[in-house]
Ligand binder design. Structure first.
Ligand SMILES: *[C@@H]1O[C@H](CO)[C@@H](O)[C@H](O)[C@H]1NC(C)=O
Ligand SMILES: *[C@@H]1O[C@H](CO)[C@@H](O)[C@H](O)[C@H]1NC(C)=O
Length: 366
């Protein structure tokens, strides 16, 4: 299997270099990024790739900014692990996608099993959002304000926020977020938007509710946790992305991986995976307002898939030894072939953000 990888790489001379981010930028995206975890530093080859801005230009903390990590008990905020990731990104001159504020999962018990009225839940949301976004103010290119508020059938997921506030919690969350940091892009983020048109339309409905309330929303994040053999075509993915850009929103792939089942993978399933990664990245290139792509880890030993979906795995661009797989080659070659085909993304705006983060909170713009 190792020999197959090497052959695949040599067949395509452009991809010997680990330069996903450099290639993505040349192709007009703002970044190619990855989820990161504090434990990544224990794996030296992996950590080297993770800290190389030619390969990754953006980080998303996998767990460190979730509610249970940041406000485990009421009024007590804990920022150490998240600060370490954010500071590493900024010293590497990388962008941060910050993740996430209002989500039903990884909520501490005091929120999920509390009994809330409209007013008390509003206060809890406002306190959390304003503290957290205030703490990271100016350091996040984007924030996933609301995560996974939809069921696969497009209905609203029953969570403590919906229970207390009904569908008014969507606009309220974005309103508090905009008030806390006016320099960041505010996103709605969810999974399976790629697969289920009714769910994709649910996210359209949420974005429209926020817009109708006169509150800013800047983008929709499509998580893109895909499965080999089930990934929609590039054209179909483009069609889905355009549902959101038609509302004046940016789009991004925020948690990409393509899992293989059954294991072990073999050369044909790895080739199929390479094609499906290519369709996803290609659809982002096809949509001018697709900002960038974030993979949910990039090595097969750094993946949430095997423990969450037993029997599935090998979902990433690199293998367990941080060696590039066929999917790495296909994505690199596709990005290289798209070089110069669209203008550089919003360079002025992103440069401003990076430089203003150095002297912390110099000029409040809110
Ligand atoms: C995309 O796929 C969905 C689900 O199979 C289908 O309903 C829709 O018509 C497709 N759209 C296009 C443009 O291919
Ligand atoms: C490779 O794995 C797939 C399942 O993912 C299986 O259907 C196929 O038969 C395998 N091919 C070989 C050559 O082992």
């Amino acid at each position: 299997m190792k020999i197959a990888f090497v052959t695949g790489i040599l067949a395509s001379p452009l991809v010997v270099l680990a330069q996903l981010n450099a290639l993505a930028k040349d192709a007009g995206l703002l970044y190619f990024g990855t989820a990161v975890s504090p434990g990544d530093s224990n794996d030296a080859p992996y950590y080297r790739l993770e800290n190389d801005i030619k390969n990754f230009g953006q980080y998303t903390p996998d767990n460190a900014q979730k509610w249970d990590a940041l406000q485990p008990s009421r009024g007590s905020f804990s920022y150490g692990a998240a600060d370490a990731i954010v500071n590493r990104a900024l010293s590497n001159k990388m962008l941060m996608r910050c993740h996430t504020l209002v989500w039903y999962s990884q909520l501490p018990g005091w929120v999920s099993s509390g009994s809330w009225t409209k007013d008390t839940m509003t206060a809890v949301m406002q306190t959390h959002i304003s503290n957290v976004m205030g703490h990271f103010k100016g350091k996040c290119y984007a924030w996933d304000v609301i995560n996974e508020a939809l069921e696969d059938d497009g209905s609203y997921r029953n969570n403590p926020f919906l229970k207390a506030l009904g569908d008014s919690y969507f606009a309220l969350s974005f309103k508090f977020a905009a008030a806390a940091d006016a320099t960041t892009k505010l996103y709605y983020n969810d999974y399976n938007l790629e697969y289920f048109p009714v769910k994709a339309d649910g996210a359209v409905r949420i974005a429209k509710l926020v817009q109708a309330a006169g509150v800013p929303i800047h983008g929709v994040g499509l998580q893109a946790h895909m499965t080999v053999g089930r990934t929609p075509s590039r054209a179909n993915l483009t069609w889905t992305l355009n549902k959101y850009t038609a509302l004046g929103l940016d789009v991004a792939y925020t948690e990409l991986d393509v899992r293989i089942k059954p294991l072990p993978s073999n050369s044909s399933s790895l080739q199929a995976q390479a094609k499906e990664y290519e369709a996803i990245v290609g659809s982002c290139l096809d949509v001018p307002r697709c900002v960038g792509i974030t993979v949910w880890g990039f090595g097969d030993s750094h993946s949430w898939i095997p423990s969450t979906f037993p029997g599935a795995g090998d979902s990433n661009l690199y293998d367990k030894n941080s060696k590039p797989k066929p999917a790495f080659s296909s994505v690199s070659a596709l990005l290289a072939s798209a070089s110069g085909k669209r203008p550089p993304w919003n360079t002025a705006a992103s440069t401003t953000l990076l430089t203003t983060t150095k002297p912390a909170v110099a000029t409040p713009t809110a």
